[in-house]
Design a protein around this ligand. Structure first.
Ligand code: F3S
Length: 392
């Protein structure tokens, strides 16, 4: 690798450290690179990565990669323009030549196994908040180019959530809600807490916290909840007692109270009454368990999708589904299982002319509105499946 590239990465990190008022850089054990879809980084991002790769740059620490703009298997079916495909593949080639592990998923926390307390440098807000909140990993929310430089240097400035004092809870969030938690409520509640707390470390108290830790689908609910929370705020850590591995029991004095009517209001704000023309699940990427749950409902109830039903997951999960013989059965039921991408970072909203999406994800609802300018219906997983059966 050129000496200049290493120097450049070090200069940027030192500059950032001085902006944050610290002098020390800290070594990271892993990097998760975000901002790799050609849709979001365009030609400037492509040139940045190809320039680094052309200088023989190699990553010093293991680095995984976020989703891109398509699943290569469905490029034609989803109308992805050839020019987009070519440029996206060049981005992947550049990352691969530098040593990246192309998991192409936003849920590295379902793949990477590191002990609590490990310092990492992750981009992708849902991964960052999950790492800090549940796994006890230590990372700030790094931007895409910075994650690349962190992988080159193996270090980042030692500030923010790398420090003990910043990881302590700042707001006690008391949620009065006694119903069982579903995907809709988890998404809306996360979004609402983000709007109320904005920045800091909320500590969740009440039945909700218990439900997260005791429900057999707790992991999937927590993913949706945290992804929404990080979407509406700058919050990168949220403490859920019994789940947060490095919570040592402090309780903050600032209290935020939330009742059922507040959650209902948040749902109404996130969801429109329009008729969806497509259903999209998998923001963050579905785990194998989530896909199996959907598959079992469709099989049990003999459902064949009457509307386009897209399910986004990692290539690892898709391969496992293929191996189990489930992938073809889902296809027969009208479900398109897409790996490597998602409804937000792919150009399919435009290429398929989508007007209204139904989803169970508060994060997808937010970005589909703000980034793609379309209408969104937010629902529980069961509502989404019900909608799939409707030919309207
Ligand atoms: Fe992942 Fe795309 Fe959502 S990258 S968190 S599925 S916006």
């Amino acid at each position: 690798m050129s000496r200049r590239t290493l120097e450049l990465a070090a200069e940027v990190m030192e500059k950032l450290a001085s902006i944050y008022g610290v002098s020390e850089l800290i070594e990271v054990a892993h990097v998760h690179i975000s901002g790799v879809s050609y849709l979001t980084i365009g030609d400037a991002g492509l040139e940045f990565l190809e320039d680094l790769a052309s200088k023989g740059t190699k990553f010093r620490v293991p680095a995984t990669v976020n989703p891109i703009g398509f699943d290569l298997e469905y490029v034609e079916q989803l109308n992805i323009p050839q020019d987009f495909v070519n440029k996206q593949l060049r981005i992947l080639n550049a990352l691969k030549s530098m040593g990246a592990n192309l998991i192409l998923s936003c849920t590295p926390y379902e793949i990477i196994d590191l002990p609590p307390g490990t310092h990492v440098a992750w981009g992708e807000s849902n991964a960052v908040i999950y790492a800090n909140s549940i796994l006890g990993l230590r990372t700030n929310r790094e931007g895409g180019p910075l994650t690349v430089l962190a992988a080159i240097l193996g270090k980042v400035p030692k500030y923010g959530l790398h420090l003990d004092e910043v990881r302590k809870p700042t707001h006690l969030v008391e949620v009065e809600y006694s119903q069982p938690l579903n995907h809709l409520v988890a998404s809306a509640l996360g979004y609402l807490i983000g709007e109320l707390v904005v920045t800091g470390v909320p500590l969740i108290r009440g039945n909700i916290a218990k439900y997260f830790s005791e429900s057999p689908h707790g992991h999937e609910l927590v993913k949706l909840f945290l992804a929404s929370l990080a979407t509406s705020s700058q919050v990168n850590r949220c403490i859920i007692p019994n789940l947060s591995r490095d919570y040592s029991g402090e309780v903050p004095s600032k209290v935020v109270k939330i009742e059922g009517k507040d959650i209902k209001k948040a749902i109404d704000e996130l969801s429109s009454g329009a008729i969806p023309d497509i259903i999209a699940i998998g923001c963050p990427h579905c785990s194998l368990k989530e896909v199996m749950l959907i598959y079992e409902i469709l099989e049990r109830e003999g459902i064949r999708a009457k509307k386009p039903f897209l399910l986004f997951t990692s290539r690892r999960v898709k391969e496992e589904l293929r191996r189990l013989g489930i992938l073809s059965k889902l296809t027969e039921r009208g479900v398109l299982v897409c790996a490597d991408t998602c409804i937000v970072v792919s150009p399919i909203v435009r290429t398929l002319g989508i007007k209204v999406v139904m989803t169970n994800s508060g994060k997808a609802a937010h970005y589909l509105r703000r980034m793609h300018g379309i209408d969104v219906v937010l629902g529980d997983l069961r509502d989404c499946i019900r909608e799939v059966c409707s030919g309207v």
